[in-house]
Write a protein that binds this ligand. Structure first.
Ligand SMILES: Cc1cc2nc3c(=O)[nH]c(=O)nc-3n(C[C@H](O)[C@H](O)[C@H](O)COP(=O)(O)O)c2cc1C
Length: 353
């Protein structure tokens, strides 16, 4: 019996297995709208047998996008454009998820294959927002958010969650990782505020928790809500695993069902000990100490490796990113290697074996 290919439930939603396709920016939208690329890219991964397919970091507002090529969900037009995508993912037996994001001080950049550097206004860039006017490395300084900004962005997340539901998504993941806006509030390295949104851990967590609460209120009781966090900044004096454990407990109290445990991204130049499973200990610790379901992510490439993470109880699910880019049928191939039944689409039955 494979643990990786055992079904899993959160709230009223059952996943056919525990291989989840990690959100991956494609930088291929115009005006935030998903298009044929997203359908083929995400659709192939649903055909490939994953338990869940998550749409990339999707801006809750135009200025919340990392680049002008990001997907967004700030209008009814976006809702309509996402409908066929969510519908196709579900038609293949995968669960349809979307990651909602605001890029904060790391917004307004060019797409990676053109260098990924900040865009000037003439190049189509915009003023970025952050908890404090502290730039990311030598990038342009963001504008410190006012209380009105904080309320407005909270509302944008809740509105985007409502649109995600209308579009047919079954899981929302809040992007609180990788140095984007919500992570910037958490980390003392980027949050220098002196009001109730800065200083103590409680204060730094206030805005991200407010967003989680507002999204939970807008999202049906029966459907799961995930949060991706960076469990550590990998920098002395920054955000760390102890704070992540406490924050995860608070997220759970706000109705977050699974913590997707990534790391890093807040400051340039952090020394990260990248190796297979390097982020798994964070998923394990948060699962054990915050009593919440976790997802492990990062250099999980081999079926036996993924199986062992689940079987040993270090995480409830695994998120795969680059392995899924290399092979959209990773779950079908992994099931075979692990002796589990592979969810081949009927159309491909003659190739299954
Ligand atoms: C092309 C690409 C785009 C990514 N975009 C996102 C994203 O939109 N949101 C996110 O949380 N992580 C994003 N990531 C990070 C992945 O989800 C994942 O956490 C990371 O790649 C480590 O997993 P891996 O070793 O399986 O690739 C991206 C990674 C890649 C390779």
């Amino acid at each position: 019996m494979s643990s990786l290919f055992s079904a899993y439930s959160l709230r009223e939603l059952e996943f056919r297995n525990r291989v989840f396709v990690s959100p991956m920016c494609q930088y291929s939208s115009r005006d935030g709208l998903p298009n044929d690329w997203h359908m083929v890219h995400l659709g192939s991964r649903a055909v490939g047998g994953a338990g869940l397919v998550c749409v990339e970091a999707t801006g809750v507002s135009p200025e919340g996008r990392i680049s002008p090529g990001d997907t967004g969900l700030w209008s009814e037009e976006h809702t309509q454009a996402f409908k066929p995508l969510a519908s196709f993912i579900k038609s293949q037996g995968a669960r349809a998820a979307i990651q909602l994001a605001h890029a904060g001080r790391k917004a307004s950049t060019d797409v990676p294959w053109r260098g990924g550097k900040p865009l000037s206004e003439e190049q189509g860039g915009w003023q970025t927002l952050a908890p404090s006017a502290v730039p990311f490395g030598d990038w342009p300084a963001p504008r410190e958010m006012t209380r009105d900004d904080i309320e407005a962005v909270t509302q944008q997340f809740a509105d985007a969650a409502r649109r995600a539901l209308d579009a047919g998504f079954e899981v929302v993941e809040l992007h609180m990782a990788h140095g984007y806006l919500l992570h910037e509030f958490l980390s003392p390295l980027s949050n220098r505020r002196e009001d109730e949104f800065g200083g103590s851990l409680e204060n730094r967590a206030r805005f991200p928790l407010q967003v989680a609460g507002a999204v939970r209120a807008a999202w049906p009781e029966g459907l799961p809500l995930f949060a991706r966090i960076s469990a550590t900044d990998w920098v002395e004096g920054g955000w760390d695993v102890e704070q992540s454990v406490q924050f995860s407990r608070w997220l759970k109290e706000r109705g977050v069902d699974l913590i997707d445990c990534s790391t890093g991204g807040l400051v340039p130049g952090a020394r990260i000990p990248v190796a297979p499973n390097y982020q798994v200990p964070f998923a394990k610790r948060i699962r054990r100490e915050a009593f919440v379901a976790t997802g492990a992510v990062g250099l999980i490439n081999e079926p036996e490796q993924a199986e062992e993470i689940i079987a040993s109880g270090r995480a409830d699910v695994v998120f795969l990113a680059r392995a899924e880019l290399r092979d959209p049928y990773w779950p079908l191939h992994a099931a075979k290697r692990l002796g589990a039944e592979a969810p081949w689409p009927v159309q491909y039955g003659r190739a299954a074996g």
